[in-house]
Design a protein around this ligand. Structure first.
Ligand code: NAD
Length: 469
């Protein structure tokens, strides 16, 4: 087996050869990835089921189709993304070619977590390939079946000189990070993100961080409680709550809570039956360690469990659980839950709800449920989050046209669609000039003269340019 160094060296020499730059090469590789997905769908579903008990339905929409969509979108748009982008000129640069040219960064590293173990490896990879880079991917060792499938399939379908998979956990990743990369794209927890940043600082490598945190769901004013409960339950318990954009907690008034609780019970019964343990549509917790963390977290809560609460260690099962009477100081409010436990806190007013959110780290997603558009707009205008979705959960991240990423503590940078292409591209500022008009350059050459300065300021000013247009 090649050492990390050998892998990175192999990819770097492929990158330096220029082979990844032509549009045709990028398209061929994206098409190979498409074939990989088409020809191995069952193996993919099996491995996701093994890792997380992922129901086929959830696996198809959140891991398979999202990758297909991203691939089709990139293939359809690559040519236009690659075009130089001409920019406004001023009088002094009127005859020049002034444009932004997207260039690949080089050899990039993608480090992924376990909760969507295929999607979170392949979606960034599509952006990186489209942008013309060589790519090392490091799937999560926690989702071992998918890690092993990715390691088997990528070399079969993709050019081995340009793309490689490195397997392993924290130690292997740390060793890998000793190598110089041209970009590191990390998805995972904010704790590990700090050590990624430290490693990146040695080589001054730019980093994209796709992190997590607590995504609030603020329910306020008139609201269709039945629909709100169904959408909330779906978004929260999809993948057993192990989604970075899952609603982490609910904020609502006492009146809303009284109406919401029966609707939540009803939605849970409709979706997962009387006994969710026997329901094939509910995923499992990824590992015993993660199961223990969640059960202990629930145990520490001083809130009241009103739905669920039961669990089964052997099967890594935790019932969809709703907890009320939750205080700000509750254990469930101190950390990202990342599991099927939904705490609900009451607030007296919309302003207090917004303040509560704004006093915490900026979330990856913020959800507001309300029939009243002034409520939705007030939250939108007075808060900040990576993404925002009104009257539903998670769905905003399925559109390749929308950038996906955090802000502040929930992450730096974004991807999906053109945003992924941009993340893995350098925007090179280009000005191409000929030899004509040399006599106008006396305006800027020494010996400096005040009258030349006035002319120069006029020809280079944005204001005079706008007036001339
Ligand atoms: P994690 O940080 O434990 O692991 C992520 C990756 O980092 C894995 O590949 C792992 O092998 C590697 N790793 C672990 N420890 C390391 C170390 N010390 N040094 C170097 N590499 C190390 O994250 P996780 O538990 O797999 O993921 C859960 C977190 O990820 C949650 O906070 C969730 O919100 C977040 N997340 C964010 C997004 C997003 O798109 N923003 C998506 C999914 C998950």
């Amino acid at each position: 087996m090649d050492s990390h160094r050998q892998v990175v060296d192999r990819l770097r020499s492929a990158f330096c050869s220029g082979m990844t730059v032509p549009e045709q090469f990028r398209l061929t590789q994206l098409s190979s990835l498409l074939s990989m997905m088409e020809e191995n769908e069952q193996l993919i579903l099996d491995s996701l089921h093994k890792d997380l008990g992922k129901p086929k339905f959830e696996a198809i929409i959140s891991e398979v189709d999202i990758v297909f969509n991203e691939l089709h979108y990139a293939i359809a748009n690559l040519r236009s993304w690659m075009q130089p982008q001409h920019v406004d000129t001023n009088l002094a640069t009127k005859l020049d070619g002034c444009f932004v040219r997207r260039q690949p960064l080089g050899v990039v590293l993608i480090i992924a977590p376990w909760n969507y173990p295929l999607q979170l490896v392949l979606l960034p990879m599509i952006g990186a390939i489209a942008a013309g880079n060589c790519v090392v991917i490091k799937p999560s060792e926690v989702s071992a079946a998918t890690e092993s499938l990715v390691a088997e399939l990528i070399p079969k379908y993709m050019c081995q000189d340009c793309y490689a998979v490195v397997r392993g956990g924290a130690d292997e990743t740390k060793a890998l990070l000793e190598n110089r990369f041209d970009h590191i794209f990390y998805t995972g927890s904010s704790v590990v993100a700090r050590s990624i940043l430290q490693a990146a600082s040695i080589h001054l490598t730019p980093v994209t961080l796709e992190l997590g945190g607590k995504c609030p769901c603020l329910i306020y004013g008139r609201v269709n409680v039945t629909a709100a409960a169904r959408r909330l339950v779906w978004a929260k318990f999809f993948n057993a709550g192990q989604s970075c954009v899952a609603p982490d907690y609910v904020l609502c008034s006492q009146d809303t809570l009284s109406a919401l609780l029966p609707a939540l019970r009803e939605a849970l019964k409709d979706f997962y039956g009387e006994d969710p343990y026997t329901c094939p549509d509910l995923a499992r917790i990824v590992s015993h360690q993660h199961w223990t963390r969640l059960v202990e977290l629930l145990g520490k809560s001083t809130g009241k469990v009103v739905v669920g609460g039961d669990s089964n260690q052997d099967d890594k099962y935790i019932a969809p659980t709703v907890v009320v009477d939750v205080e700000e100081s509750d254990a469930l409010m101190k950390t990202e839950i990342f599991g099927p436990i939904l705490p609900i806190m009451t607030v007296d007013s919309l302003e207090k709800g917004i303040d509560f959110i704004n006093q915490r780290e900026k979330p990856l997603a913020l959800y507001v449920f309300s029939d009243e558009s002034p409520v939705v707009n007030t939250v939108l205008e007075n808060s900040s989050s990576g993404g925002f979705c009104a009257n539903d959960g998670i769905v905003h991240m399925t559109l390749p046209g929308l950038p996906f990423g955090g802000v502040g503590a929930s992450g730096w940078g974004s991807y999906h669609g053109i945003w992924g292409f941009e993340t893995f591209s350098h925007r090179r500022a280009c000005l191409l000039r000929g030899w004509a008009m040399e006599r106008f350059n006396v305006l800027r050459y020494p010996p400096y003269r005040d009258d030349n300065l006035s002319w120069l300021r006029w020809t280079t000013s944005v204001k005079s340019h706008c007036r001339l247009m």
